[in-house]
Design a protein around this ligand. Sequence first.
Ligand SMILES: [Fe+2]
Length: 309
Amino acid sequence: MTSTSLSRRSLLLGAVPAVGLVTLPAQARAPALDFVVIGDWGRDGRWHQREVAREMGRSAAAVGSRFVISVGDNFYEDGVTDVADSQWKSSFEQIYTDPALMTKWHVILGNHDYQGNVEAQLAYTATSSRWSMPARYYTRTETLADGTSVAFFFLDTSRYIRSYQRHPEVRVQGQDKQAQLDWLEQALATSKAAWKIVVGHHQLYTVTGQNHDFREMISPFKPLLDRYGVRAYINGHDHSLQHIVVDGVHYITCGAGSATSSVAPPPPGQFASDHHGFMAMRLEAEALGFSFVDDEGGVLYQGSIPRRA
Ligand SMILES: [Fe+2]
């Protein structure tokens, strides 16, 4: 893993490029898949949502983003009530307006979405040209021009968080936890993709120093990530931007799409920021590159994950 972090001071001095990833002349580029990731965002444009959306549009246009991934908590404080809920317009359609964001949005559910009608978020798929949530958990595979394949495994993690069992407003009671784990293990075991990336709302690890590692996420999911060669786990929920490596798996938090929470200084070799922002990713045959970009277009951090040997 190679990575470069830029301090907030260097960011304020403007010593960073204006877009998420360096662009190269077309003839110099290896086959690549560019996309952007955002989490924890729907606040009617407030709490910097609109500014993050603007910069995500600019970066998506600059790199030729093919799709968007949303890591959940799509609407605050409560999810939508139906497909006609005004939040669809005030927090999604009227916010992410850049033409470069008129691609498919591959979306998962967070705990705040479960404070509304989850079926409505699934149903919006049929009414929208870009919103895509075909099931509560699902897979997608993409293939680069050189034949390299990447499989995304999209999860629904709220049922695994113990504290929600005491909060009936997060409507996950009665879900079969084991069924999704069995599905994920089968999907990971049978995938022939060169790259495996798992996307879930809740983190396994955090560097914020607030003891917010979720043991109830680590226990069921870490063994599967380790056993089946997953390179990256991307999550939201923690309202920050983070990069942590545990046993060769890269844990990337991208939950800063609107309001953020303070973070403690991370240990050496890890990264955390409380800036509002999103992530631009570029997958190539041999490396998965990513940039955290803030709501003024500054690059906070860049990382590169090598393909597993
Ligand atoms: Fe959350």
